[in-house]
Design a binder for this molecule. Structure first.
Ligand code: COI
Length: 356
């Protein structure tokens, strides 16, 4: 593991007084982490420096061909002042898969973990403590070769920035309204849908704009071939409770393997619920909504945590779920996941990592 050089800021910023107004990803801490990659030299020169703009050639490949990946995870401060990260090993493993898919040299796992731990520890006073808040950790890698040929870059930067954040949705834990999109698609099998790549999110913007205009918080994507099977929501995976069973789309190559998705599955199985990872058609959902067997729906994601869905709209069909409120299983998952993340509940799964 490489030693990190640390340059402290000479002008620390004011920390936000009103944690309830933080919003998501709008404010950044005093420092950031950077490490460079050059072919023949590998990953080198890890450093923590004051948060600042980065300087790149206009020809840097990331600007032209989107050779980029990112991760998202959170750090929490417990009531006793301990700092916990939630399942960072999962994000590191997923980052490695994203890198492989995008021809980016993966960052060695121990350097990745050490980078996050050192930066979060340095910025521990920035971690907000009010319910629903956390320090959002955003690692990303960009291709920096100043070259317009289409090929994998020979140089990269791995950067981590930190953002004290509140709830992802302005509505907090209140149920969101989701638009099922049957025109635009996010990803296809064989594409980059299961990688955490910026390009997937660029592809999502047009439909997001459409759903915004209709008063919906996010888009639920259908598969890119038949536009018939449920995939995922803009920034989260999706779950249903249908006739007593927990159902979520199986990871089929175009769906992001969410860490909170895995957490929901493990919790539901541990609670003895029947859980199915399989293909779910939109027709099945509409039928379940009509006959009353669609009991609950929620999204899972690092930023969104557990986000109950109160309304799903597919064409002219408006499906109200759990009376538009928060279903009991969604609430139990939210309480359990956030309880473990913030150290209020015992972590019998060993999911949290203490930073010290
Ligand atoms: C996350 O949940 O961490 C994500 O990366 C979703 C993001 C696009 C806000």
């Amino acid at each position: 593991m490489q030693e990190i050089r640390i340059e402290l800021t000479k002008s620390p910023k004011q920390k936000p007084a009103a944690q309830s107004q933080l919003g998501f990803g709008q404010l950044f801490t005093d420092h950031m982490y950077i490490m460079d990659y050059h072919e023949g030299q590998g990953w080198h020169d890890p450093r923590i420096v004051p948060y600042q703009p980065i300087s790149l050639e206009p020809s840097a490949m990331v600007f032209h061909y989107a050779q980029e990946m990112f991760e998202g995870l959170k750090a929490y401060r417990t009531e006793e002042g301990r700092v916990l990260m939630f399942r960072p090993d999962r994000n590191i493993a997923r980052a490695e898969n994203s890198c492989k898919r995008l021809c980016i040299p993966p960052v060695p796992a121990d350097d990745f973990m050490n980078a996050m731990k050192t930066l979060v520890n340095l910025e521990r006073d920035w971690i907000p403590t009010e319910p629903g808040t956390s320090l959002y950790v955003r690692p990303f890698i960009i291709a920096t070769d100043p070259h317009l040929g289409v090929h994998p870059s020979h140089s990269y930067q791995f950067i981590i920035i930190l953002s004290p954040s509140g709830a992802y949705y302005a509505s907090g834990l209140n149920p969101v309204k989701i638009w099922i999109e049957d025109d635009y698609v996010r990803a296809v099998r064989g594409g980059i849908g299961e990688a955490k790549a910026g390009g997937n999110y660029a592809a999502s913007l047009k439909a997001q704009e459409k759903s915004d205009a209709e008063g919906y918080a996010q888009v639920l994507w259908l598969d890119g071939v038949e536009r018939k099977y449920i995939e995922e929501v803009g920034s989260m995976n999706i779950f249903f409770k249908i006739a007593g069973k927990v159902v979520t789309p199986a990871l089929n190559g175009s769906i992001l393997p969410g860490v909170t998705r895995a957490t929901c599955l493990e919790l539901c199985r541990a609670w003895g619920l029947e859980v199915e990872e399989r293909r779910v058609s939109v027709d099945e959902l509409v039928a379940a909504a009509r006959d009353g067997s669609l009991e609950e729906c929620w999204g899972s994601g690092t930023a969104a945590v557990i986000s109950p869905v109160g309304v799903l709209r597919y064409g002219d069909e408006v499906m109200e779920i759990a009376g538009g409120g928060i279903g009991p299983l969604s609430q139990k998952l939210y309480d359990t996941v956030t309880g473990i993340q913030t150290g209020k509940l015992e972590d019998s799964f060993g999911w949290t990592v203490e930073i010290k």
